[in-house]
Design a protein around this ligand. Structure first.
Ligand SMILES: Cc1cc2nc3c(=O)[nH]c(=O)nc-3n(C[C@H](O)[C@H](O)[C@H](O)COP(=O)(O)OP(=O)(O)OC[C@H]3O[C@@H](n4cnc5c(N)ncnc54)[C@H](O)[C@@H]3O)c2cc1C
Length: 396
């Protein structure tokens, strides 16, 4: 007789697990509290759907915090594997100029989700929506909505993190696990904006200004990318990728300093020469020859004294290493992802809970982090596939 697998939570990790479970060995049902599956997967599609990233896997695995936790899963289901699998269900992908992997133009996020759901339906995966997991019964069965009891041989939790709660991923399950004696960790915003107290007049003029092709450094790490100046502070991929380190520092300090290189493609010597050799006033040089946007020129003028601004050595240093003070992260609900949740020491390397046999946790509900840009979806997908393969081999 087939054993029963109950997958609780119907997001990215759950969908990939269900797609790779051997249906000749197991009966699989996904229990999701919302009325539809994959809401965060769809939200991820709103602003450029990065399914993965085309970076070499040797580099790819280093994007994760902590770095070693997901290596085996990522190497067993790589970015290339994800693209090939997507293609097998009719979703072709392409690598953008940023090396991010997207569905080909014209394919909407909902079409990607529907292709996955149709594939699961075709495989015989049962989908049970409007089922909210609320705990375990005395004999270890699953309890939904406080009273519906469901028996399964293996229980795979894929409950997501604690941001964008309207998608269903609200982290409300944390206390249920903590009460059961499972080690949990407070959720923390990741891939999030950070607060900067901009001068009023500056933000009035420059709110929404993009800072393209910059590099941000913090605590020995540098991230190239772009950011946007907002009324709250700074957001965008160049700062998101540094969020684990910034968050760690902000948990013990009131504020931290980051350093922005507004011209990472120009060495300081080249920059200095360009400014020195130009026969115009400095603001015109910065605008026309160095091609700094008005927001950056305004930042330099606001923060440097007149003497410093006219001192081209000092000015070049400031363009290459401009300090900004961050005092807080944005609210967790606005973050792209979260860390915290189930403590990594609470699960074996095969994702089984140390203190609860046959109960597994995968996806963003575990305490790890990665930059946006495809690494999150790939991490969740790889965990789902890795666990599916392991369960297949156990039964075989
Ligand atoms: C705005 C935004 C943009 C993003 N863009 C990208 C991107 O471009 N690339 C990328 O790689 N990643 C992106 N992400 C992140 C990515 O979508 C997530 O990391 C990933 O979907 C997490 O998958 P998961 O399976 O762990 O959890 P989720 O997809 O969050 O799924 C968890 C599911 O569990 C359900 N659930 C929760 N509690 C219960 C309960 N008690 N009972 C039953 N069900 C429950 C939830 O309703 C939810 O459906 C983005 C996220 C956001 C918010």
């Amino acid at each position: 007789m087939k054993k029963k697998i109950a997958v609780i939570g119907g997001g990215t990790a759950a969908l990939f697990l269900a797609a790779f479970i051997d249906m000749s060995l197991y009966e699989v049902a996904i229990y999701e509290k919302k009325s539809t599956l994959g809401r965060k997967f769809l939200v991820a599609g709103d602003g450029g759907f990065n399914l993965s990233h085309a970076e070499e896997m040797a580099e790819f695995v280093n994007r994760y915090t902590p770095t070693d936790f997901l290596n085996t899963s990522l190497m067993s289901f790589t970015n290339q594997d994800l693209c090939e699998w997507m293609s097998s269900i009719g979703i072709e992908t392409f690598v953008g100029s940023s090396q991010r992997i997207f569905p080909v133009k014209g394919i909407k996020p909902v079409q990607v989700l529907n292709a996955i759901l149709q594939h699961l339906e075709h495989r015989g995966v049962q989908i049970k929506t409007n089922h909210c997991f609320t705990g375990w019964s005395a004999n270890g069965n699953l309890v939904f909505d406080k009273s519906r009891i469901i028996q399964a041989d293996k229980k795979v939790f894929a409950l997501g993190g604690a941001s964008w709660s309207k998608t269903g991923s609200d982290g409300a399950w944390l206390d249920t696990f903590a009460l059961k004696g499972i080690q949990t960790k407070e959720f923390m915003a990741q891939n999030c904006a950070f607060k900067i107290d901009w001068p009023k007049a500056f933000i009035h003029m420059h709110e929404g200004s993009p800072l393209k092709n910059i590099a941000i450094s913090f605590d020995g790490k540098t991230q190239k990318g772009e950011a946007v100046i907002t009324a709250f502070g700074l957001e965008g991929n160049a700062i998101y990728a540094l969020s684990p380190d910034i968050q760690k520092a902000l948990s013990t300090q009131k504020s931290v300093s980051i350093f922005v290189d507004f011209k990472p493609m120009l060495s300081k010597d080249v920059l200095l020469k360009k400014i020195k050799d130009a026969p115009k006033n400095i603001s015109t040089i910065l605008k026309q020859m160095i091609k700094l946007p008005p927001s950056v020129i305004a930042l330099l003028k606001d923060s440097l004294s007149k003497e410093e601004f006219l001192d081209i050595e000092f000015l070049s240093d400031s363009i290459k290493k401009f300090p900004m003070t961050l005092s807080a992260s944005a609210p967790i609900d606005e973050a792209i992802s979260s860390s915290g949740g189930i403590h990594l020491s609470a699960v074996h390397p095969n994702f089984e809970l140390v203190d609860m046999e046959e109960n597994y946790c995968i996806g963003e509900m575990l305490d790890w982090s990665a930059p946006t840009g495809g690494y999150l979806i790939q991490g969740c997908a790889s965990m789902g596939v890795a666990l599916a393969r392991q369960l297949n081999s156990e039964k075989a």
